[in-house]
Design a protein around this ligand. Structure first.
Ligand code: LLP
Length: 435
């Protein structure tokens, strides 16, 4: 297979990009000009790509009433939330913080599902007060607490049970959530008893079932396997006269990170799901995160310098693991290409490690990658960085998190300013006895 810079020039659209005058653009916006204006590292998001992905997913499930609840954890930028809300999305949240964000962004509480393996009483209260669509519950202990809180507030809590169907999603082990070893969900073996417990407890209403088996899934099969498991439970409940309104199939829709990667074919995935649920009078809920925003985002970084080690060549850039932790944490592959993409086709190809300035050997963006030769000051684009990029950033080594920018056509705007180092330091306090 050809090196990434050749493949991307062939089909930049797959990564939500365009090549204009030989340079990478996000929609009509010149990444070089943006980087000159806002500095690097910078996350750039294409609104049009997010919208196109949302429309594709929406179309794929048109045969079945379906609510698409964006998994806010993938990228909780206010601008992106605003965009997705306008497109009609609901929200899948996992914390009181995300609840506050989506309420501030104007999401209709009846389109909010609250997932997560551990919820505090304060978070449960906030969700009940807001009147969310469902609380996706993962343990009996949590049920008992929600029952107490609902009675205290004088409301009825809509409960969806997140089942662990024990299905292998064939993804990175850190991204698999629906197998017996995972901390997530209620085991199949106790699912029926837990559902009956919901019916018995005061203050609760059994509203639906949920599952989320993992992330970056490229194939329809694991979804169908999971659904088959959930259907066994639905039948057992129906035999007892219990019918549910909602079937939440989670997120996990895979995107292309490498040029050769398949992408989950959502059209046939949706058709298969519709067929497999045709006889169920239930509304489907989906919780996509990465699929909507992953390839809408690029991390721009500048080359600080290059160096030849004893065994390897390094390209040292100004973005690091604190800005994008996926390579360090999951050995995730992100394409890294020069923004001057057309000219790069003529450069000598070298095999390099692209590394950041952080004092950790795990601080890399790419390892052993064939890349066109680059020089100090060159601008590089790290692709597929829209999901689980900015949200997982931190300030390790006292490095401010990247600035964030949204593009729409030729317009672009800073949606999150880079904090100054002074702001980071000023948020801290020396204890009074040391002052
Ligand atoms: N629903 C639930 C209950 C989840 O736990 C997740 C992701 C999603 C939906 C959205 O999954 P998606 O459609 O984005 O695959 N930091 C990792 C991914 C962690 C995913 C956690 N849960 C990464 O960078 O790949």
């Amino acid at each position: 297979m050809s090196a990434d810079h050749v493949a991307i020039l062939d089909d930049p659209g797959r990564w939500g990009l365009r090549v204009v005058d030989g340079r990478l653009h996000s929609e009509g916006a010149d990444l070089t000009a943006i980087a000159e204006s806002v500095g690097t590292p910078a996350y750039i998001y294409s609104a049009a790509h997010i919208e196109a992905q949302f429309r594709k997913l929406e179309a794929s499930v048109r045969q079945k009433p379906t609510l698409i609840c964006y998994a806010v954890k993938a990228n909780s930028s206010r601008a992106i939330l605003e965009l997705l809300r306008r497109l009609g999305a609901g929200a899948d949240i996992v914390s009181g913080g995300e609840l506050a964000r989506v309420l501030a962004a104007g999401f209709d509480p009846s389109k909010i599902v609250f997932s997560g393996v551990g919820k505090t009483d304060e978070e449960i209260d906030a969700a009940l007060r807001a009147g969310v669509r469902s609380i996706n519950v993962e343990s009996t202990e949590e049920l008992e607490r929600i029952s107490v809180r609902a009675q205290a507030l004088g409301v009825e809590a809509p409960i969806s049970l997140r089942i662990n169907p024990d299905v292998d999603p064939k993804t990175h082990p850190y991204l698999a959530t629906g197998m017996q070893e995972a901390k997530f969900g209620i085991p199949m073996a106790s699912a029926l008893a837990t559902a009956l417990r919901v019916v018995a407890l005061p203050g609760l209403r059994l509203f639906g079932l949920a599952s989320h088996i993992g992330s970056q899934i490229q194939d329809t099969r694991p979804y169908l396997d999971s659904l088959a498991r959930l259907r066994v439970l639905l039948s057992a409940l129906a035999e007892r006269g219990i019918t549910l309104s909602q079937l939440d199939l989670g997120g996990g829709h895979g995107i292309a990170y490498r040029p050769g990667d398949p992408e989950l074919d959502v059209e046939s995935w949706g058709a298969a799901l519709a067929a497999a649920t045709a006889d169920l009078p239930m509304e489907l809920v989906l919780e996509p995160g990465r699929y909507l925003v992953g390839n809408a985002g690029v991390l721009l970084t500048r080359v600080l310098g290059t160096k030849a080690g004893e065994k390897k060549r390094f390209v040292i850039v100004d973005a690091a693991m604190n800005d994008l932790i996926r390579p360090a944490l999951y050995e995730a592959y992100h394409v890294v290409v020069p923004v001057e993409l057309a000219a790069a086709q003529f450069a000598e190809v070298q095999t390099v490690d692209v590394v950041g300035p952080v004092c950790e050997s795990g601080d890399f963006l790419a390892l052993g990658r064939p890349m066109p030769a680059v020089a100090t000051g060159d601008l590089l684009a790290v692709l597929s960085a829209g999901a689980y990029g900015a949200v997982m950033a931190g300030t390790y080594n006292t490095r401010p998190e990247p600035v964030e920018v949204m593009v729409s056509g030729e317009q672009w705007a800073v949606t999150k300013a880079r904090r100054t180092i002074a702001e980071i330091i000023d948020a801290e306090r020396v204890p009074p006895w040391m002052a």
